[in-house]
Design a protein around this ligand. Structure first.
Ligand SMILES: NC(=O)c1ccc[n+]([C@@H]2O[C@H](COP(=O)([O-])OP(=O)(O)OC[C@H]3O[C@@H](n4cnc5c(N)ncnc54)[C@H](OP(=O)(O)O)[C@@H]3O)[C@@H](O)[C@H]2O)c1
Length: 301
């Protein structure tokens, strides 16, 4: 195989779907970097189910430099994936970061040995039923969105002929903040209340959500996102149309006693607020409470 050398780091819902789809293109030579060996991945999409052979590495010391790294761990696991990045990256490598939040480059570049870091907004739903079984669900127009720039077309080309649709945008920062706005209410409120999205039907939760969103919208605007005057209300309205029985990843991580992605979500709003001298008391409250839960989860074996 002499195709583009691609390493997918992290074989969860997002990484599993990315690895399966990338493996469908004959131009890609895909290796999965995971904590356990998986030889075949079952990939469900629409009514079809395919069995996809995988080349898996479980030891970073066996990894070699690649053209592309598709980093699909949760944001809080980037440091633990550093040993993979150190082996896989050279200055010629591009690392596409498929994670929620903002500040992907600051998070990943220190571990990436001079590689180019490209943030990607993930719009698809990747559900992992078992370590070797994932499902792709399309949620909206594009499945992934990357900023316009030198590596954008090349990244989109990796997924050509696969079920993943990649968009490219010059207004990436605005889309990144819109996605973050959904995440700064959906994740902490479902995790803290231990209730699925139906909890947003409550009027008091809607008021709290609008308060969290108003702070985040002000910070997003200061960061350069073009957000509408009624952005907070629009986000909440869109949100109320989601299925009430749906959970969020922080809700499931909380129930399972795993560390939480809170620093990359409400923590990012608080940090950017500090940079711009904007107060974010409600986001700070979400961050403090869920950091406490996350730290306790991290200490429990
Ligand atoms: N799932 C979705 O539908 C969705 C949608 C939009 C955005 N996102 C975002 O996409 C990102 C990935 O989410 P996800 O749902 O795929 O998370 P996930 O299911 O928790 O998967 C993360 C994977 O990373 C692996 N991992 C962690 N540390 C590692 C390390 N040091 N070396 C190798 N593998 C490591 C984990 O391995 P183990 O299995 O061994 O723990 C796990 O398989 C997150 O930022 C999330 O917020 C997800």
């Amino acid at each position: 195989m002499t195709g583009r050398k691609i390493a997918v780091v992290g074989l969860g819902g997002i990484g599993g779907v990315a690895a399966a789809c990338l493996s469908l293109s004959p131009d890609n030579d895909v290796t999965v970097c995971a904590r356990r060996r998986i030889d075949t991945l079952t990939f469900d999409h629409h009514e079809e189910s395919k069995r996809i052979p995988l080349k898996t590495l479980t030891e970073p010391s066996r990894a070699e430099p690649v053209d592309w790294v598709i980093l699909c761990t949760k944001a809080q696991d980037v440091a633990s994936a550093a040993s993979w990045l150190e082996r896989l990256c050279t200055p010629k490598t591009t690392v596409a970061v498929l994670q929620n939040g903002i500040a992907h480059e600051e998070r990943v570049a220190p571990h990436a040995k001079g590689a180019t870091v490209v943030p990607a907004i993930v719009y698809y739903n990747g559900e992992r039923f078992a370590p070797d079984h994932v499902r792709l669900r399309h949620i909206r127009g594009h499945d992934l969105l990357v900023p316009a720039g030198a590596q954008a077309e090349a990244f989109a080309a990796l997924f050509e002929g696969t079920p993943i649709d990649v968009g490219i945008s010059a207004e990436f920062i605005t889309y990144q903040w819109r996605k973050l706005l959904v995440n700064v209410i959906a994740n902490p409120i479902t995790a803290l209340t231990r209730q699925r999205l139906g909890v947003f039907q409550r009027e008091d939760i809607q008021q709290l959500s609008l308060g969290i969103l108003d702070e985040a919208v002000a910070v997003g605007r200061a960061e350069g996102a073009q957000l509408a005057g009624n952005e907070a209300e629009m986000i909440l309205e869109t949100f109320l149309a989601y299925p009430p029985e749906a959970g969020t990843s922080m809700y499931f991580d909380c129930l399972a006693g795993r560390p939480l992605e809170i620093e990359a979500l409400n923590g990012a709003v608080v940090a950017a607020g500090l940079r711009h001298g904007l107060a974010t008391p409600l986001n700070t409250a979400m961050l403090t409470l869920l950091k406490t839960v996350s730290d306790a989860n991290a200490k429990t074996p």
